[in-house]
Design a protein around this ligand. Structure first.
Ligand code: ZN
Length: 198
């Protein structure tokens, strides 16, 4: 039986596709939305469309940006000879929040996971190796301390080692991979400062 009109059902259906939203929350949000002032709804919809349409990856570090080269890669105040490898753009954001890291980044967009069939070819390792043709002094691997994060770090280190470039790993104690955004800044800085050569 259809309790609501077709359009409301459609909205609930679309919302419930979002991660973490069950049917109940989706219908609560749907009713909230239809009671919002029209202009708010329009600006919400516009913001979503605009973000999705303009999203692109920095052609250097592959972080999410809306320009060809992100502000960090563009900056001449950053040390371009030091590259920190992170799993996702949100990890980059977490390190940026500390305001203490002066190098640049490389975003892998994932980790190696044999169980899910994710190999180094499925994440942005190739692009990292390509970047090492330029002058690079150190690659800091800051993938998470999960099994997959550690495995990814090992694999990347093996690829880089023959080049003679210094490879370091952030100190353990950073609890989980992919969720660096929830780690406090002091812990992040300690992990960075305590990095060890691989
Ligand atoms: Zn960049």
């Amino acid at each position: 039986m259809e309790y609501y009109s077709k359009t409301i059902n459609h909205l609930i259906e679309e919302l419930s596709r979002l991660p973490g939203l069950g049917a109940k929350t989706a219908s609560r949000l749907a009713f909230h939305i239809i009671n919002m002032p029209k202009e708010h709804v329009h600006s919400l919809a516009d913001a979503m469309t605009e973000a999705r349409d303009n999203v692109r990856y920095c052609s250097e570090c592959l972080t999410i940006t809306d320009e060809d080269i992100c502000p960090i890669c563009k900056s001449n105040k950053r040390d371009h000879r030091k590259i920190m490898v992170v799993e996702e753009s949100k990890d980059l954001a977490a390190y940026e929040k500390t305001g203490q890291y002066d190098g640049v980044y490389h975003v892998l967009h994932g980790v190696v996971n044999p169980q899910l069939g994710i190999t180094p070819a499925d994440i942005r390792v190739k692009e990292l190796i390509k970047r090492l043709e330029k002058d690079v002094d150190e690659v800091i691997i800051a993938t998470g301390s999960t099994t997959e994060g550690e495995a990814t770090a090992m694999i990347i280190s093996k690829y880089i080692k023959p080049s003679g470039i210094k490879v370091t790993r952030i100190a353990s104690g950073v609890p989980v991979g992919g969720d660096l955004e929830y780690v406090d800044e002091v812990t992040l800085l300690r992990a960075l400062e305590g990095r060890v050569e691989m």
